[in-house]
Design a protein around this ligand. Structure first.
Ligand SMILES: Cc1cc2nc3c(=O)[nH]c(=O)nc-3n(C[C@H](O)[C@H](O)[C@H](O)COP(=O)(O)OP(=O)(O)OC[C@H]3O[C@@H](n4cnc5c(N)ncnc54)[C@H](O)[C@@H]3O)c2cc1C
Length: 316
């Protein structure tokens, strides 16, 4: 009988890991300062997109595994995952993105490119309504016998006596909880508008672009992005940044110019030189770390969670 496990963190990484452990037969409790709807994960755009995460070889393996599962979920409306067609386009000639073959992306014909763009790739990606998807994961956890409670750990020591297995999925919180100064916040802001009839997504993929510009339709709303500010931990929406996002997106898709704004979202991407997925023994407990997924927490979630289950089995 596998030992019971305490997962710290209820973002997409914590919940996916908790579901994987519970469905593998463990007794799982998730403790988190912020419940799923208030996490960075809930603020994400979000689509399957291996952005801002390292190392490349593992990101490929984890992204492909997650893609396989998100494609399955897209057949069920209740998950919040939908398959949407769209493009990544560049204002300058560039190499084919590494992930393009993984999603069978095809080069855009020049006449299909947005004004000002010279190259692009068209494909169908899982686009995820994150608040709904996190609800789906929480339900799936409960169904597998897992529990979720709100609690902030002031130190790792406080957690070590709680269960024989501790799983650290604290995102940017790992900086304080385990003293990992290589984890930094990369603040991201989005604007949510009523959908004026957009059915395809768009993402500017110009190398070295100074700004992020993208939009993802989610049935009745469109999520517009974005920003990327390293070292900024401010969770308040910035009015000037929001106006700029709207302006840039409306330049690409004029129907967005008059769309009614219905919300603002801010989150802190947990960037790290590489994702941390490893185990260590501490004060008699087995500790597994799964954090530092940068701009790709959703995209890597299932690949990392499945590997976390295997790592724990091997370490016990
Ligand atoms: C604007 C924006 C757009 C994005 N778009 C995408 C996208 O399209 N695709 C994609 O894959 N990714 C995207 N990302 C990145 C993605 O959101 C993150 O990689 C992901 O949310 C990280 O998930 P996480 O579970 O590690 O962290 P979080 O969601 O931050 O969750 C961390 C959890 O740990 C808890 N915690 C932390 N410290 C403690 C403590 N001491 N005690 C108890 N609990 C603690 C928190 O309360 C929280 O519950 C985007 C991010 C932003 C900001």
């Amino acid at each position: 009988m596998p030992a019971s496990a305490l997962v710290i963190g209820a973002g997409v990484v914590g919940l996916t890991t908790a579901v994987s452990l519970a469905e593998a037969g463990r007794d799982v409790r998730v403790d988190a300062e912020l419940l799923p709807g208030a996490t960075t994960s809930a603020a994400a755009g979000a689509s399957w997109d291996p952005f801002l995460a390292e190392p490349a070889d593992l990101v490929e393996r984890w992204s492909k595994e997650t893609l396989r599962l998100l494609l399955e979920f897209a057949t069920d409306d209740s998950t919040g995952v939908r398959l949407v067609e769209g493009t990544h386009e560049s204002r300058v000639p560039r190499d084919v993105p590494t992930w393009a073959p993984w999603v069978n992306a095809c080069p855009c014909a020049p006449r299909d490119l947005r004004p000002g763009y010279v190259e692009g790739w068209r494909y169908r990606a899982p686009v995820v309504d994150m608040p709904k998807y996190l609800g789906y994961l929480a339900d799936r956890l409960a169904h597998a016998g897992g529990r979720l409670r709100q609690h902030r750990y002031v130190s790792l020591e406080e957690a070590l006596s709680e269960a024989p297995v501790i799983v650290n999925c604290t995102g940017t919180g790992a900086r304080a909880l385990v003293g990992d100064s290589s984890v930094e916040a990369m603040r991201g802001q989005l604007v949510v508008v009523e959908n004026p009839g957009i059915t395809t997504f768009f993402c500017d993929d110009t190398p070295e672009a100074e700004e992020l510009t993208y939009f993802y339709p989610q049935s009745d709303v469109v999520v517009l992005g974005g920003t990327s500010d390293r070292g900024n931990w401010d969770l308040r929406p910035d009015g000037a940044a929001a106006a700029d996002i709207l302006r840039r997106c409306a330049q690409i898709e004029p129907s967005l110019a008059e769309a009614r704004v219905v919300g603002h979202r801010v989150g802190l991407r947990p960037v790290r030189p590489r994702v941390r997925l490893d185990t260590e023994k501490r004060d008699g407990a087995l500790l597994l770390h799964n954090y530092g997924h940068g701009g790709a927490g959703l995209t890597l979630s299932w690949g990392c969670a499945r590997e976390a289950v295997d790592l724990l089995r091997a370490a016990e």
